[in-house]
Design a binder for this molecule. Sequence first.
Ligand code: 13P
Length: 288
Amino acid sequence: MLVSAKEMLQKAKAGKYAVGQFNINNLEWTKAILLTAEELKSPVILGVSEGAGKYMTGYKTVSAMVKAMIEELNITVPVALHLDHGSYDGCMKCIEAGFSSIMFDGSHYPIDENIAKTKELVKIVEEKGMSLEAEVGSIGGEEDGVVGKGECADPNECKMIADLGVTMLAAGIGNIHGKYPENWEGLSFETLEAISKLTGDMPLVLHGGTGIPEDMIKKAISLGVAKINVNTECQLSFAAATREYVEAGKDLQGKGFDPRKLLAPGTEAIKATVKEKMELFGSIGKAE
Ligand code: 13P
């Protein structure tokens, strides 16, 4: 069932668990994530970066694939199809393509401009019954060409954006896209706590879910995080399983070169990673 992320995130915030956003890159990714969510009766958000959208030939292709797959695989759990770190233009394209949710990443604009652009989008998504994620304070590292310095968000600015009526709010709290460096100082729980106090019921979003220690994930959820984004970890699992298959020479045995065989271990590895995250985030069984 393709839905906006609003209801699933409000339930998660109230129930003190988080819904995973897993980024997709192709058909195998999408299938693995949808089947795992259905098996575990968990709500799920499929994230699409602008780069991945382009790779999959455009948002219309992605939207058509996801909708058809939900139908053909009889997926009954709530699924949101969400633009990740969108530009204003990207948001407009995804609205037109039939996504159910968008993120406008205005964190690199001065706050007044971020507010003005986010406000315009709030109006549009309300009319369409879609959900909108906004961002304050940038996420460190790089994801598909989106580079962030990783500064912590200003809680007062978070409140200003939350008050515009966005569905969910991503706030930088020392989190980074990709692998965390050895000398990473960890999440800033003081910042998270201050943001949570000021923004009340607003579901908060934790980007850079790959490699954050379990205790920090649990603490973040207890302080109001209701959506956690994971991208790199599925890519690493897929790559490791594919490497193992090829290094064992399995592609050279029989019809092991058939893409349906060659990509199967990687697809299974994505399923295992998604399952592990859903267990940690506490979303299993929440779609029942
Ligand atoms: P990771 O790639 O670090 O898991 O981050 C994902 C993310 O935040 C997508 O926006």
